[in-house]
Design a protein around this ligand. Structure first.
Ligand code: SF4
Length: 328
């Protein structure tokens, strides 16, 4: 469905060049839900913005490819990419009030999405919009259609955004921290709704989140990012039960568990203002070796877990050393 290879994205700032995505590669298969995780500044959101053509100057995608159903999204002119985005790829943004137009009523926003990709009369647009709003669990959809974004709660507004994202029946949905801006009481409802609609429609989804619990509950595969690179990738069930990259291990240990002390990950994500030399995680890694200072680890398949398709970027013999070091 989506195959991203060697994605490179830079931002030119007054302080220098920010190396935001550095050779990012991953796949999203048919009917798969893939989660991208990592701390703030790891390059998660930049990665999906790059794939969707949403990077604006002073940022630019300077290398790589993003093949979607045989088309390289990174090579498409703006108009063609806008056509795919919306019709074949739906996007759910973090902040629903930023995604909705405050001066158009909700019906007009359904009309805009529909007419950007084809023709339809007003009655058909309204009927389709009402059906979509019902599918995302909105009671009183007529009232919502005639109203404005500021009249909605955060959860209702995100339901409207989800309805707009799925309106044209896309085969892939990309979601950027879709519940971060919402009240905790509605976060799970919204995630259940999104995952249900994805599975029911046999769509694929790429979801960015910093919440490992979300990945554990909803995703098939996980891509762990650090400092603009993928450091580990594989099926959620095996990555979370047997992490092979020291950063994945540290992230999992930092998840609060009842009755256990939190093992917080010390240090900070490095400044991306210089091209990383060596392993970017080395200053926080409990297992770093002299080699980690000077050689950037390439991402490579883990021999014994293929064809499960796990890949890890670390100089250690990860299958042997990481579990032993973790246990010790
Ligand atoms: Fe740690 Fe070195 Fe592996 Fe980086 S390459 S995660 S510093 S052991």
């Amino acid at each position: 469905m989506l195959s991203v290879r060697d994605l490179e994205t830079r931002f030119v700032t007054r302080r220098g060049v920010v190396y935001a995505a550095n050779g990012v590669s991953f796949d999203v298969g048919d009917g798969e839900i893939v989660g991208i995780v990592g701390e703030s500044g790891s390059g998660k959101s930049v990665t999906i913005s790059s794939v969707l053509g949403l990077i604006r100057p002073p940022g630019a995608v300077v290398g790589g490819s993003a093949m979607f159903d045989g088309t390289d999204l990174l090579k498409l002119p703006g108009r063609a990419l806008r056509h795919i985005r919306g019709a074949r790829i739906g996007f759910i943004a973090q902040n629903p009030f930023g995604a909705l137009n405050p001066i158009l009523n909700i019906e007009a926003q359904f009309a805009n999405v529909t007419r950007a990709h084809g023709r339809a009369d007003r009655a058909t647009i309204r009927q389709n919009a009402l059906e979509m709003l019902k599918r995302v669990g909105i009671a009183g959809p007529e009232r919502v259609l005639d109203g404005y974004a500021h009249e909605l709660s955060g959860g209702m507004a995100q339901r409207v955004v989800i309805a707009l994202a799925l309106l044209l029946n896309p085969s892939l949905v990309v979601a950027d921290e879709p519940t971060t801006a919402l009240d905790v009481t509605v976060q799970r409802q919204i995630l259940d709704l999104i995952a249900g609609l994805i599975r029911e429609g046999r769509r694929s989804m790429l979801i960015v989140t910093h919440d490992l619990g979300v990945v554990a509950q909803y995703c098939d595969r996980v891509v762990v990012m650090y400092s603009g690179r993928v450091v580990e990738e594989g099926p959620v069930a095996t990555v979370f039960t047997r992490p092979l990259h020291p950063y994945t291990l540290a992230l999992l240990r930092a998840v609060p568990r009842r009755g256990e002390p939190i093992q917080a990950l010390g240090g900070r994500v490095p400044d991306l203002l210089s091209k990383p030399v060596g392993c970017a995680f080395r200053h926080r890694c409990a297992f770093a070796k002299p080699r980690c200072e000077s050689e950037t680890p390439e991402i490579r398949p883990v021999a014994s877990t293929n064809p499960l398709g796990r890949t890890v970027a670390c100089h250690l013999d990860v299958e042997r050393e990481v579990p032993a070091l973790a246990a010790g």
